[in-house]
Ligand binder design. Sequence first.
Ligand SMILES: Cc1cc2nc3c(=O)[nH]c(=O)nc-3n(C[C@H](O)[C@H](O)[C@H](O)COP(=O)(O)OP(=O)(O)OC[C@H]3O[C@@H](n4cnc5c(N)ncnc54)[C@H](O)[C@@H]3O)c2cc1C
Length: 392
Amino acid sequence: MDFTLPESAQAVREGVAKVAAKYDHAYWSRCDEEKRFPREVWDDLAAGGWIGLSVPVEHGGGGQGMLELAVACETLSESGGTAGTFLYILTPGFGAMTLARHGTAEQQRAILPGIATGQTKFCLAMTEPDAGSNALEITTSSRREGDDFVITGQKTWISSVDEADWMIAVTRSIPVASATPRTQGFTLLLVDVKEAVAAGTLSYRPISKLGGNVVTANSVFFDDVRVPAHNVVGQVDEGFRVLWDVLNPERILAAAGGVGHAEAALKVACDYARSREVFGRPIGANQAIQFPLAQVKAKTELARLMTYKAAWLFDQGLPCGNETNIAKLTAAQAAWEASDQAFQVFGGNAYSKEYPVERLFRDARIGKNIPVAEQLVLAHIGTQQLGLPRSY
Ligand SMILES: Cc1cc2nc3c(=O)[nH]c(=O)nc-3n(C[C@H](O)[C@H](O)[C@H](O)COP(=O)(O)OP(=O)(O)OC[C@H]3O[C@@H](n4cnc5c(N)ncnc54)[C@H](O)[C@@H]3O)c2cc1C
């Protein structure tokens, strides 16, 4: 059967590809080296409407779904690697998708038009020093005081707080020990980042890291951060229901970014393997070089199909957890294996900052650990799809 994307998604691919083509690997390596946000790409994408894709039309956006967003993310990553994935996960994913589905009319009116133009940026604060994979055990608390909620606690590894205007803070309004079931007692709150920082109640500190340097990752401290009660996303104590509509898009976009990254690494590797001659022939003619690349190409195509399937299911409002997890697992593996193989193909030159391979290699590795670690995905498949006993 011929598989063709809908016209809407094809148009997104063409539009984003035109923008992405202006920013080559040297640009992304420079941003990585200088540890700076790729503002030119962001502004260019926003001007074309490619950031506001998932904002509903009535709020100035493109009114597109998860499938189109995934294709945009994949296309951007295909040009510069997985670093571009953050641009799609944080604001169009966490911000626009969440508010479009679960925001109040007031929240949507106040925030979505800014996302549509690229002026407003988002981050999500869920992970804590003692609660990553075991997210149910977060302890950052929110308590009602008059017309406000007051947030206290600490988060870690929160991407791009310095760029963000809004944060979705994942808090517990009921501690895990008193929650029955344990998924009860989550409250998601919109925090005006700049206002809370100015008030001196929110602070953050960047974490020095190996890659993904176009956005920061931060330790974040909530010292009685006060937000109005109308900033609750979804229902008080019932935030876990909303959370899956935040985390599934994140995983689908991570998968899309992984597929794009794998293609980027394969292209760099194959260009080099065609032109580099050793023992009088291009190294790409050697099956030890060619076959691993072919194997990753096959895996990448499968991961792409599963990513589109997961995105399509999400858009239909159908359960998509299994497909999302499989897409994320295989796309992250494809991205890593493609980058690892590209590193091999480049021989000694792989180590040089003159080529993009070292950055693709560094950036790809984290996909196996975040946004959900490989083992946790395998545990989900093992328990939910194969009916095996739980380890967690
Ligand atoms: C660059 C970067 C950006 C990030 N951005 C954000 C962000 O914006 N917002 C946010 O909230 N978080 C963010 N995170 C955090 C990320 O989501 C977590 O790191 C991730 O969920 C893993 O949690 P952890 O680090 O606590 O690992 P842990 O939960 O401590 O796990 C450690 C290891 O143990 C394994 N393990 C644990 N339990 C089991 C089990 N039962 N069976 C088998 N293996 C197991 C895991 O698979 C993993 O390999 C980011 C992290 C990084 C590195």
